[in-house]
Write a protein that binds this ligand. Structure first.
Ligand code: HEC
Ligand code: HEC
Ligand code: HEC
Length: 455
């Protein structure tokens, strides 16, 4: 009897915890009713939050939703966040919008899936939510219904998410650290909150939550590895504040290379926000990496020396490349490198065709060959209106064995790290991904710059 009573109280308590009231619908506010300065601020905040990246389907209108987001549990579709009254958030009040960001609930009180990164967005201030709301409510309304999620029972029941939240979600705005200066705190607010860097750079547990014991320890993001951004950063040259600020805005930095894959739309968006914001993010993230060890600093000096010899501005060419024959037993990889890569990566060509000396690339020092394979297969296609580095893709010219020989050669020759495990498997997986990527247009980046002039 007593057990049953406890159970009943428990279920009752959970139901009370899980249940949230609807917030009344409103008449869609008129765009003219918002202060244009607030709208412009909202545009910058939306860029930091990457709202366009997740809320735009390939070929679809910006913010109209419908992008399929694959998760280990099934596919979740982003929703329409344009002010369309029937299929978007046109009838949401500011209070309903702020509650969705803060608590992961829709206007009617249903729990939202954490594919919407409200575990980060909860930190966003009321003031910034007001600006985001003003920005979204002044976009063009688009009629578009998001497809139904493809999730198995019971995960397709939204109340189940109350249990997930009980375990992994803490609601509450950002609390500054009084021991740190204003710029660090600004960076922490943006990186942990709207910027949701941890959504990709922190590994997740079996239930899909970011691991609190492994902050920024490196995670997986749509077939790309999002490198560790803590003391375990695999970057060949330790990150410095200014270098990271440049990388975040320009998507390229001369000692670190290029931001591709799921990082590309992030930097595409950050290019449009005030420099002080990206600098603050870099200040916070680099501070968290700590002082590099003497061994790492020594290695960085060696690598920079190598790069000066053969990198952009250096003297080596494919023909006299010192490095290309340095690994006994992998002549095949060395030959492919000398023939297909060294002309751009060692001959000192300028951008857009001149690549980094590969000993500087995190693609080669990183814990998996994933990103290296993605770049080699797919290349860096030129995209309209973007002054970005260009590299041909090799998916049609190199077979799987050649690819495996090449990446093993690069790892042995351009890093001081142990050989990767499972290169053959990684090659096959990258090949499958490349087919999917090639058939999908890269919309996000071009759709990225917001139009802050409206209304
Ligand atoms: C990593 C992907 C991702 C990013 C980034 C993202 N969202 Fe979403 N968002 C989603 C998904 C997926 C859903 C749907 C969740 C669900 O159905 O439970 C969603 C739902 C929402 C909802 C609830 C809408 C409704 O009809 O229930 C709002 C509001 C929202 N997002 C606003 C934003 C804003 C504002 C930003 C930028 C600051 C943003 N989102 C960034 C993935 C994302
Ligand atoms: C949607 C996933 C995603 C988000 C969100 C994201 N990143 Fe990344 N990030 C990646 C991936 C993937 C890479 C690897 C890119 C490559 O290999 O070109 C990367 C690379 C980086 C690098 C280069 C690391 C190195 O050592 O080479 C830095 C620095 C970085 N991200 C910082 C950030 C910061 C700061 C934020 C938040 C403002 C952020 N990222 C948000 C996916 C993401
Ligand atoms: C036509 C010139 C060209 C050729 C040929 C070329 N690359 Fe590149 N590659 C580039 C440019 C430009 C970049 C972007 C700048 C950068 O990050 O190095 C780049 C980037 C890369 C990166 C990412 C570096 C980073 O971390 O940012 C890798 C890895 C890479 N190339 C490997 C290769 C390999 C392996 C080959 C041979 C199979 C090759 N490239 C052939 C021009 C080229």
């Amino acid at each position: 009897m007593a057990g049953l009573a406890v159970l009943a109280v428990g279920i009752g308590g959970f139901a009370a915890y899980a249940w949230h009231p609807a917030i009344d619908p409103v008449q869609p506010p008129r765009p003219e009713s918002f202060d244009p300065a607030l709208v412009r601020r909202g545009a910058e905040l939306a860029a930091i939050g990457n709202c366009n990246v997740c809320h735009t389907a390939p070929g679809g209108k910006v913010f109209a939703g419908g992008l399929a987001i694959p998760t280990p549990f099934g596919t979740i579709y982003s929703t329409n966040i344009t002010p369309d009254p029937d299929t978007g958030i046109g009838r949401w009040s500011e209070a309903a919008f702020t509650r969705s960001m803060r608590a992961g609930l829709d206007r009617e009180g249903h729990h939202l899936y954490p594919a919407f990164p409200y575990n980060h967005f909860t930190l966003v201030s009321d003031e910034d939510n007001r600006a985001l709301y003003a920005y979204l409510m002044t976009r063009e309304p688009v009629r578009a219904e998001a497809p139904a999620n493809e999730l198995p029972f019971p995960l397709n029941q939204r109340w189940v998410l109350a249990g997930w939240k009980l375990l992994f979600f803490r609601e509450g705005t950002f609390q500054p650290d009084a021991a740190r200066d204003a710029e660090w705190n600004r960076g922490a607010y943006l990186a942990e909150g709207l910027g949701h860097c941890g959504a990709c750079h922190t590994p997740r547990n079996a239930l899909g939550a970011e691991r609190s014991d492994a902050h920024y320890a490196g995670g997986e993001a749509e077939g790309w590895h999002a490198y560790a951004l803590n003391a375990d950063s695999p970057a060949a040259v330790p990150w410095e504040r200014d270098a990271m600020a440049t990388y975040l805005r320009q998507g390229w930095q001369e000692r670190h290379g290029v931001a591709r894959g799921s990082m590309a739309p992030v930097v595409g968006n950050l290019a449009s926000v005030p420099e002080a914001e990206t600098r603050a993010i870099a200040t916070y993230v680099v501070a968290g990496m700590g002082e590099p060890s003497p061994a790492r600093q020594a290695r960085a000096r060696t690598v920079l020396e190598q790069a000066r010899g053969g990198g952009p501005g250096g003297r080596a060419t494919a023909a006299d490349s010192q490095t290309a024959t340095a690994v006994p037993g992998n002549d095949r990889g060395a030959a492919i490198y000398a023939a297909a890569c060294a002309t751009c990566h060692e001959a000192g060509r300028p951008l857009p065709f001149g690549g980094l000396h590969l000993s500087l690339s995190t693609g080669i020092t990183g814990p998996t060959p994933e990103n290296l394979l993605n770049v080699v297969l797919h290349g860096l296609p030129a995209s309209a209106g973007e002054r970005a580095p260009i590299m041909p893709g090799f998916s049609g010219t190199l077979n799987d064995e050649q690819l495996a020989a090449l990446v093993s050669f690069l790892r042995a020759n351009f890093s001081d790290r142990p050989a990767w495990d499972g290169v053959d498997k990684a090659v096959r997986e990258a090949r499958d991904r490349d087919r999917a990527v090639s058939s999908r247009p890269m919309v996000a980046l071009r759709a990225a710059p917001a139009d802050p002039s409206r209304p």
